[in-house]
Design a protein around this ligand. Structure first.
Ligand SMILES: C[S@@+](CC[C@H](N)C(=O)[O-])C[C@H]1O[C@@H](n2cnc3c(N)ncnc32)[C@H](O)[C@@H]1O
Length: 168
């Protein structure tokens, strides 16, 4: 991709993120990361989304992770996984790093667009490329996706990490 088309793609992404978010949120792209800032005086919060984040890469490489163990069996015969609640794609990325081919579904447009950008960046970086290329991200409701599945399509494992309402 040329530098001009990359800049153009980033501009399109930022325009789309700003159009679907509240006015308190501001989006920028710094290197390969999408930075989301939330401001309500006097507070400002900043969240950085990138699959080449150092803390994430450290976490991914830790051996014996519960998530990785839970999504496989002793024979390691689980090869494909459907993540019905993709979110920021952290769990999908960890599982893809450990060799699974992941189909990641996310219904929220903003979250999906941020992840899609981060995935594209990760595919072009040596240290994250192989893992990122094992993930297909789809902007859809999981229910619609499941209802539209053809009989011939199958996954070895289905992963769900839902959001629960606050406890009283
Ligand atoms: C707790 S988060 C998942 C976090 C994710 N495991 C990660 O590692 O970043 C749950 C996500 O599921 C998404 N979600 C909830 N219901 C969904 C549905 N029916 N279809 C697709 N995505 C859904 C929400 O928008 C939210 O982003």
């Amino acid at each position: 991709m040329t530098k001009a088309s990359a800049v153009n793609e980033e501009a399109i992404l930022l325009t789309s993120l700003n159009s679907i978010s509240s006015s308190n949120l501001n989006f920028t792209i710094v290197d390969e990361a999408v930075v989301i800032s939330w401001h309500q005086a006097p507070d400002t919060l900043e969240f950085r989304h990138s699959y080449s984040d150092t803390q994430l890469l450290k976490r991914i490489r830790q051996p014996g992770q519960a998530l990785v163990k839970a999504c496989n069996n002793k024979q390691h015969s689980i090869k494909t996984l459907l993540d019905l609640t993709g979110g920021w794609g952290i769990d999908s990325f960890i599982l893809a790093h450990h060799g699974l081919r992941v189909t990641m579904l996310e219904q929220n447009e903003l979250v999906f667009n941020v992840c899609a950008h981060s995935l594209k960046c990760a595919r072009s970086i040596n240290s994250t490329s192989a893992s990122a290329k094992r993930i297909e991200s789809i902007h859809t409701s999981s229910l619609d996706f499941l209802l539209g599945l053809e009989d011939s399509t199958s996954f070895d494992c289905i992963y769900l990490d839902p959001m629960f309402p606050d406890h009283k």
